[in-house]
Design a protein around this ligand. Structure first.
Ligand code: ATP
Ligand code: ATP
Ligand code: MG
Ligand code: MG
Lengths: 252, 252
């Protein structure tokens, strides 16, 4: 499962925080990792200390077939962690590339075959628009971060159908890497009920690791650092290290 | 400011929770309110106790010019609160309606002129795709719920430019109704710093009211009820009542 798209149409479920910190923890374990920021918000880009991609560079250039992967990727301040940054030019892609239908997904899929890294992790935007959809069509695995709340449960009902549709239409090899509980506060009854429901429905596809609510995870991006390079002993850092370990064991 | 779009491209900032509860509180004060669910996730629809819109009904039908406003709107269990529900058919709109460019926004704007309600409140999806963009192009006012975190601050930098662009291209009359701090926990330093920064930058455009983190707000949708009809004494309910009062005073 070399290329993993971190995705959930629901907003604010910790996609970016997960993509960035899983990538950083894998790199810290000695793996070479490429983080692709496919979200015009560019939150992942700033979280690894990079400036926004100038026009003609970064993910927009990669998708427009103007650049190959090696040209679009930039080193980050962190060893073995490279990134393809997002920038303002990527916003146009959300309204629909000129190149619609199969052409689009094939571009990304072909570029990804050039990757020489151990892991490729893609941060995707919320909502099911062109960008998120095409990342799912191009990836090997899908990691779904979610909060334990009612709307997440509702969203999962459609989720299986959506995954089946993408597999059938574009990407038969797409596998679910796992569901990850984020911003998890098991002290509330709602969170515990939803968590138990997820375990019953998804079994081992629900990661054992869950990410606790920890303000250090929200502060780290303002310093341009993944959390392990900002406060490595905090509960958020330890949780993402545990996730990286579980991910490597389970998602080959 | 009759039609207000509740919008923020950032995910999970409390757009739906705000659209639903502001609408419900205004209706409880005796106003007639129409809530339009323009998000394929249909979270607002379930939050007011309605089933998902069947194909050929609801917001998708409204946008496709297949239905006028009276036909698309349905009563909710709550007095004076009507809603145009979202359903699976709305997902296609996120990938771009057949009718692109000006035709699209004009459809929604024209339908909205048929509204006989005191207030029309539109819940929009995250990400800046066709649906969110066109709701902004059709509305009179824009209410932006946001969390006091680093990505929100980053997002606001582009925000003024985006607003100007929409005004110039489609909707010169669009005004900012206000910024609303949601899930606000003033005990964390990050939240206080961002909150003070917002006040300095936006002055009275930052609502005095802020919505505290309150699990009752996350539980209410699972009962198909706005929070004032679920637990009217809780901190979340009282905060949205205060917001409704401030909104009516300031956003005429
Ligand atoms: N475990 C956590 N504890 C505390 N804060 C967190 C945690 N995870 C994420 N956050 C913060 O919550 C906010 C939302 O998280 P994030 O941006 O990663 O979600 P997202 O799913 O990528 O959002 P979007 O849908 O907009 O892309 C951010 O400010 C982030 O820093
Ligand atoms: N003040 C609050 N206290 C506790 N939970 C809240 C609060 N406001 C919203 N929530 C919960 O947080 C989650 C995200 O809120 P909501 O769905 O309203 O955000 P949104 O901006 O509409 O998300 P999206 O970007 O996916 O449309 C929901 O489960 C909601 O019930
Ligand atoms: Mg994100
Ligand atoms: Mg919403």
């Amino acid at each position: 499962m070399k290329t993993v798209a971190v995705a959930n149409r629901k907003g604010g479920t910790g996609k970016t925080t997960t993509a960035v910190n899983l990538a950083a923890c894998l790199a810290a374990r000695g793996r070479s990792v490429l983080l692709i920021d496919a979200d015009p918000q560019a939150n992942a880009t700033v979280s690894v200390g990079l400036p926004l991609a100038a026009d003609g560079t970064g993910t927009a250039a990669l998708l427009a077939a103007d650049a190959d992967l090696a040209a679009a990727a930039a080193p980050t301040p962190f060893p073995r962690l490279a990134a393809v940054p997002a920038g303002p030019a990527l916003a146009a892609a959300e309204f629909g590339f000129e190149e619609r239908g199969d052409g689009w997904q094939r571009v990304l899929r072909d570029k990804l075959t050039q990757a020489r890294h151990d892991h490729v992790i893609i941060d995707t935007p919320p909502a099911m628009g062109f960008l998120a959809y095409n990342c799912l069509a191009a990836a090997d695995g899908l990691l779904v971060p979610l909060q334990c709340d009612y709307f997440s449960l509702e969203g999962l009902r459609e989720f299986a159908a959506n995954l089946a549709r993408i597999r059938q239409a574009h990407n038969p090899g797409l596998r679910l890497a796992g569901l990850l509980r984020t911003m998890h506060d098991p002290r509330t009854l709602l969170a515990r009920q939803v968590s138990e429901g997820l375990r019953r429905q998804f079994g081992s596809l629900l990661f054992e690791t869950s990410i606790p609510r920890n303000v250090r995870l929200a502060e780290a991006p303002s310093h341009g650092k993944p959390v392990i390079h900002f406060d490595r002993g905090c509960s958020g850092a330890r949780a993402y290290e545990a996730l990286a370990d579980e991910f490597e064991r389970k998602c080959r």
